[in-house]
Design a binder for this molecule. Structure first.
Ligand code: ADP
Ligand code: SR1
Ligand code: MG
Length: 415
């Protein structure tokens, strides 16, 4: 495929591309015949190559003008690559320990060259399926979310800075529209690509499509997603967008980034941890009932929210007299008032996060894109049991989210 300077890379043309791109060839050397090229894209949208030479390794990611997991019948702008590169650079600046460095970006070719996140890093979702504990995960993810969300919000930015950043990312509208469709619309109607574990969940999927209260709630969440330009969000912060070891946590793949509600990121991460939690019974065997592991996942959900709260409000305290124009220090000029404002803001954010967590769970069970946590459970009846428990919890969470005051209460409900 060739359109005005764009062509889809293959093994041979990628080598040539790197050779003529100094920011990449400087990492690998000029001897392209000695490169090893491996396509590892297991995501839904793009092609990802790991290129290794005797001098080093890099990752090259190329967006193609359609949704890879569906095919050319679902066109999708390759401009998403621009927003991914821009968000990666911004997020790396704000959370350098948890976001890979971008070495190169080519808008015409929709190509990003970035740091290779080396083994033993694996995709978090795979670690959760294997039952591996990551003791620093909550610490690292709360740090990533606190930094990237706080510093791009009006708690830190002037309205002038914020508006121009909002305007730039508004152009990522096709990716936003994809989320609007597959998260907030399709699961609630008959749609071409919807699927579920049939026949076991046929009536559960139908119940979702006929649940008036659920539809009322998802409309409110969709409106927040479309209208609440609160901070630069990653936009797809599920457990497949995080690579981990015991010591390190790296957040990749922010092509859905835009100025949206902070709770969409927090909810995506927590919702996907809950999906992992509900899938564990399907991975249990005689040697391991996964009970201890389920407790670890639940503790990680609690720690993620509680540490996020602590870190985010600490940044707010540090910068309370800073440039942020949401709460001017001349008006919010006493401790009692600032405390009131903080409690209101964090309580709203908590309820947004729970609502989005629920929406992200529901879409992975009755929508187009499913998760390996459940898909890898071969026994379909067992898989459906796990999915049904997750779906019932998510429906309750979406409807009753405002009744929860602490993450501990949410966890009790899940258990
Ligand atoms: P998509 O946008 O299609 O979802 P991802 O960005 O999620 O693609 O990447 C797909 C896969 O490529 C990831 O699951 C991961 O295994 C691998 N990958 C992506 N970026 C890197 C990186 N910087 N270092 C190592 N592996 C990576
Ligand atoms: C067709 S939906 C594909 C999904 O994959 C991405 O990771 C996003 O979550 C998107 O919704
Ligand atoms: Mg991805």
């Amino acid at each position: 495929m060739t359109t005005k300077g764009f062509h889809v890379l293959d093994d041979k043309s990628l080598r040539e591309y790197i050779k003529t791109t100094p920011s990449l060839s400087s990492k690998l050397g000029d001897e392209v015949d000695k490169y090893q090229v491996k396509e590892v894209g297991d995501g839904n949208l793009n092609f990802v190559y790991i290129v290794t030479s005797p001098s080093g390794s890099i990752v090259v990611k190329q967006a193609i003008p359609y949704v890879r997991c569906i095919g050319e019948s679902w066109p999708m702008t390759k401009e998403r690559s621009y927003f991914e590169a821009t968000a990666l650079k911004r997020q790396h600046g704000l959370s350098p320990k948890h976001v890979p460095e971008v070495y190169h970006f080519d808008r015409t070719m929709s190509v990003i060259g970035m740091r290779y996140i080396e083994p033993p890093h694996i995709i978090l979702r795979k670690g959760l399926i294997a039952g591996v504990e990551y003791p620093l995960l909550a610490e690292h993810m709360s740090e990533f979310m606190a930094n990237t969300l706080f510093y791009t919000s009006l708690l830190y930015l002037t309205t002038t800075e914020h508006k121009s950043a909002v305007a730039e990312f508004c152009a990522n509208m096709e990716l936003c529209r994809l989320t609007e469709q597959v998260v907030f619309s399709d699961p609630y109607k008959i749609a071409e690509f919807n699927r579920w574990t049939t026949p076991y969940l046929d009536s559960d999927a139908e119940t979702v499509r006929n649940d008036n209260i659920l539809k009322l709630e998802v409309a409110e969440l969709k409106s927040k997603f479309c209208e609440k330009a609160q901070a630069l969000i990653h936009g797809d912060l599920h457990t497949g967008s995080v690579m981990v070891t015991h010591e390190s946590t790296q957040v990749i793949d922010p092509e859905f980034a835009f100025y949206g509600p902070m709770g969409f990121d927090i909810g995506a991460f927590i919702g996907n941890l809950f999906l992992a939690y509900f899938s564990q019974d399907g991975h249990a065997d005689h040697g391991n009932d996964r009970k201890t592991y389920k407790a670890w996942i639940i503790d990680t959900v609690a720690d993620t929210w509680n540490l996020f709260y602590k870190k985010f409000t600490a940044l707010w305290d540090i910068h309370k007299d800073g440039p942020g124009e949401a709460y001017l220090s001349e008006i919010y000029n006493n401790t009692e008032l600032r405390e009131l404002v903080k409690q209101k803001y964090m309580s709203d954010l908590f309820h947004d996060s729970l609502g989005f967590a629920a929406a992200k769970m529901i879409r992975r069970i009755v929508g187009v894109a499913h998760v390996e946590d459940f898909e890898s459970i071969v026994d379909l009846a067992k898989r459906a049991d796990c999915e049904r428990r997750a779906l019932d919890f998510a429906k309750m969470l979406m409807k009753k989210r405002r009744n929860f005051n602490t993450i501990a209460e949410v966890i009790s409900a899940a258990q």
